[in-house]
Design a protein around this ligand. Structure first.
Ligand SMILES: C[S@@+](CC[C@H](N)C(=O)[O-])C[C@H]1O[C@@H](n2cnc3c(N)ncnc32)[C@H](O)[C@@H]1O
Length: 284
């Protein structure tokens, strides 16, 4: 088996990690994913944090429908703070979690009530004597190179085992700079998995069912985030006037571009991206 190339965490990924923390602060949820809005809201009044929590439970249930009969052991790669793992444990699966983040480790152990081992490592560096019936990547595939996903999964799966991933992907390969540019190009990940010996069993596009979460994030950012930023800026101007110039420079240099792009995220998603769940079987 060739050695998977480990890739450095890109700037885009670090921006997304910051977004995760922001999202966590908003939702106080055990999930770090977009959720699955079974009923796509027709009015913005229905797009609330409360409904997002409902959508997140529905997403875990949706993933469950993709898990083949007979699956017992699951490696949850990029497990976050344990929402999906806890959901699967409650339904009788043996789950192990993996993520390269000590903050998540603590929350994962708490949310899974210590019922699942946690491996503090990147998927690319993970070594174990265990093998698994299914490897799950729920919104973590975008952080790992396509070749690494395919090769690491092939190394860790039982014969005939499955790779289940759900994530945003680029339907437009030409979109290669900006907020979502670290998402895989659909064809690239497809090619890497086929080349390694995986067969596509089932796929579903759920772009419409995750889309309200983008609207919700932007709406909250516009209402609370921007006004909080402005308030903090005003306070600093009054309390420490010499910092005014530095703040203005930071704002012009970075903040404005980030804010403009952040606010455009739903439109960028519609134009260049999609969200798919894919189940692959390793047959070699
Ligand atoms: C958006 S969160 C998704 C969390 C969780 N799967 C969920 O659905 O709630 C992305 C996760 O990928 C993890 N991650 C990032 N780079 C990784 C890598 N190289 N190997 C494994 N996990 C990684 C992050 O630490 C985080 O846990």
């Amino acid at each position: 088996m060739p050695n998977p190339n480990t890739s450095k965490i890109s700037q885009a990924t670090r921006y997304q990690n910051a977004a995760i923390q922001y999202y966590l602060g908003l939702t106080n949820s055990p999930y770090l994913h977009y959720g699955y809005w079974e009923h796509v809201p027709s009015s913005s009044d229905e797009v609330t944090i409360k409904q997002l929590r409902v959508a997140q439970e529905a997403y875990a249930a949706k993933l469950l429908t993709f898990i083949p009969e007979g699956t017992r052991t699951v490696l949850d790669v990029g497990c976050g703070i344990g929402g999906n793992a806890a959901y699967l444990i409650e339904r009788g699966f043996n789950v192990e979690g993996l993520a390269p983040d000590a903050f998540q480790e603590e929350r994962f152990i708490e949310n899974t009530k210590g019922q699942a081992p946690f491996h503090l490592t990147k998927f690319e560096d993970f070594q174990t004597k265990n093998s698994y019936d299914l490897i799950l990547l729920s919104e973590s595939s975008q952080y790992i190179a396509a070749g690494d996903i395919a090769q690491c999964a092939a190394r860790l799966l039982n014969p005939g085992g499955y790779l289940l991933f759900a994530d945003m992907m680029r339907s437009d390969a030409k979109y290669d700079e900006g907020i979502f540019s670290n998402c895989h190009v659909v064809e690239d990940i497809h090619a890497a998995l086929l080349e390694t010996g995986f067969n596509l069993v089932k796929t579903e596009d759920i772009s419409k069912q995750i889309r309200p979460t983008l609207d919700l994030c932007i709406d909250n950012f516009r209402t609370f985030g921007l006004s909080t930023l402005k308030y903090l800026g005003d306070i600093v101007k009054i309390a420490v006037p010499p910092l005014q110039g530095i703040l203005r420079w930071i704002s012009n240099r970075w903040l404005k571009k980030l804010v403009v792009e952040g606010l455009a995220a739903p439109k960028i998603f519609d134009k260049h991206l999609c969200y798919q769940i894919q189940l692959w079987q390793f047959l070699k």
